[in-house]
Design a protein around this ligand. Structure first.
Ligand code: F6P
Length: 502
């Protein structure tokens, strides 16, 4: 494998050069570390999902402040009088500043407008978005709460604010209105829908105008940028210069570009070789009785965009078509419960239980069960061990901005073995072309893809894995951040506003 072009150290030098005397502030809804209080004792854990996977290693390298909603029961006790705490708690390298929201605010802004409105709007999973005026009002109010906290943190000093995701679409405009010198960049971690779909949002114009308060706006892939630019032009009448990826709103430019997000390849690669992971492999082989079996793996937040019922059905069809595989192949599905107070997620959880019962009920025997479902928040070492045990990993999203589980699987296979079965509706499929790509809706083809993975000869698995590993190693999270930071600072230079010298 070739040397990665971008390393932690190189990014750190770039940040020092490009961002220099600007304070770097990351803003997101979800915090990277959450504190719990159990019987008077504080403990912390890292939060699940692509956001923390991608941004935490960057902050550890670059320093700065991460502003996020403090949703953990112990958070209030962990912070100082300015609501700040140094993280990671075991080896602090940056500041986390927590924002407090009331239950009603969290409900309307996070569960309501963000996850019952924007999430289904942006993902083609055929779940109808719910747009409640009260949720929208709360979303606006909470974006204002975040703006106040960020401005307080900036305290009039030069700052570059890097906002994350769909919870904070109005923040950049609020920051720019308050202080036009603030450099603003945002990464949208989910897909952006086509104009035909986007236009059903009753407040689409305000969302677009909020996002166009950014100097730079990033999406995972070019299609999402094109969709966004079309919406800006058709909904707001913004001037779009496709050839330069520039959108002019209120006579100020926003650079709109694809930045395929990634993982810390080196770290995952190294961690998966640790003695703790090897010990955990032995434990799992014994405890789950996986020795001598071909293991398939799914790791997901339990979300209707991930195509989990489709995957279970395909596994059932695989055993139906290939009865000689009964007893030889086991599929381990690890899941993290997510957004459990939202009705669509409760329905999904029930549906998964039913689909599992159908497949396990039909094919299990006294010594073997086809699908082992581990719906717990498993420790990182267990997930790393499962990735190493798995002959194949399945990512069957119905729609996904990127999907970092796919890249984590590839990064962890230092032994250059393993097959990735991947949905074409993920951003990752644009890069991981050596995976077995299959439409999750096509149950027959999906079942055949599982057989292909099970029977794929070692040499072919190795060749494909080597190629996928060099893609992830090269396009790692540090390259993603480097491109983003350079474009964010240059986007600011391009705008009419004078930029402080750096
Ligand atoms: O994939 C989009 C995303 O917002 C990620 O950025 C995040 O890691 C994930 O969803 C988890 O969502 P939540 O914070 O609602 O659990």
């Amino acid at each position: 494998m070739g040397e990665p072009t971008w390393t932690r150290e190189k990014l750190q030098r770039l940040v020092q050069r490009e961002i220099s005397d600007y304070q770097l502030i990351v803003v997101s809804n979800r915090q990277p570390y959450v504190h719990e209080l159990v019987e008077g004792k504080l403990s912390y854990s890292s939060t699940a999902g692509g956001l923390t996977t991608a941004i935490d290693p960057l902050m550890q390298e670059c320093g700065g402040t991460w502003v996020a909603y403090g949703g953990g029961k112990g958070d209030y006790y962990a912070v100082d009088e300015n609501n700040r705490i140094q993280v990671p708690p075991d080896d602090p390298s940056y500041t986390l500043r927590l924002v407090w929201l009331t239950e009603q605010e969290e409900q309307g802004y996070y569960a309501g407008f963000s996850n019952e409105g924007l999430w289904p709007l942006c993902h083609n999973a055929f779940i109808e978005p719910t747009f409640k005026t009260s949720d929208w009002e709360t979303y606006k109010a909470v974006n204002n709460v975040f703006a106040k906290q960020v401005l307080d943190e900036i305290d009039g000093r030069p700052a570059a604010v890097f906002t994350q995701d769909y919870h904070l679409a109005l923040l950049p405009r609020l920051l720019r209105d308050a202080d036009p010198d603030i450099i603003t960049g945002q990464f949208w971690h989910i897909p952006w829908p086509t104009y035909e779909i986007f236009r059903i949002c009753p407040w689409g114009g305000e969302l677009l105008d909020g996002l166009l308060g950014n100097d730079l706006l990033g999406f995972h892939i070019g299609d999402h940028c094109d969709n966004f630019m079309e919406a800006a032009s058709r909904v707001l009448g913004s001037q779009v210069h496709d050839e330069y990826n520039l959108v002019y709103q209120r006579e100020e430019p926003t650079l709109v570009r694809p930045f395929p997000i990634s993982v810390d390849f080196e770290q995952i690669n190294l961690e998966s070789q640790s003695p703790e992971v090897t010990e955990e492999i032995d434990r799992l082989l014994e405890e789950l009785d996986l020795g001598g079996k071909i293991v398939g793996l799914g790791i997901d937040r339990i979300d209707y965009t991930k195509g989990i019922p489709h995957r279970i059905r395909a596994i059932g069809r695989f055993f139906e078509k290939n009865p000689e595989q009964i007893g030889k192949v086991v599929f381990v599905q690890a899941g993290v419960m997510s957004r459990a107070n939202i009705h669509a997620y409760q329905l999904l959880s029930d549906q998964i239980d039913l689909e599992l019962a159908a497949v396990n009920g039909r094919f299990s025997n006294d010594n073997w069960q086809p699908i082992l479902y581990l719906p717990d928040d498993l420790p990182a070492v267990t997930l790393a061990a499962l990735r190493r045990i798995a002959r194949f990993c399945v990512v069957s999203s119905l729609h996904d901005g990127m999907n970092l589980v796919a890249k984590e699987y590839v990064a962890s296979r230092f032994d250059e073995d393993g097959v990735l079965i991947l949905s074409p509706f993920t951003g990752s499929a644009h890069e991981l072309i050596d995976s077995v790509i299959v439409n999750p809706y096509a149950t027959e083809a999906f079942a055949d893809a599982i057989l292909e993975a099970v029977e794929m000869p070692y040499e072919e698995r190795r060749e494909r894995m080597i190629r996928m590993r060099s893609v992830v190693e090269e396009n790692n999270i540090y390259l993603w951040a480097a491109r983003l930071f350079v474009d964010m600072m240059q986007g600011a230079r391009r705008s009419r506003r004078p930029i402080r010298s750096y």
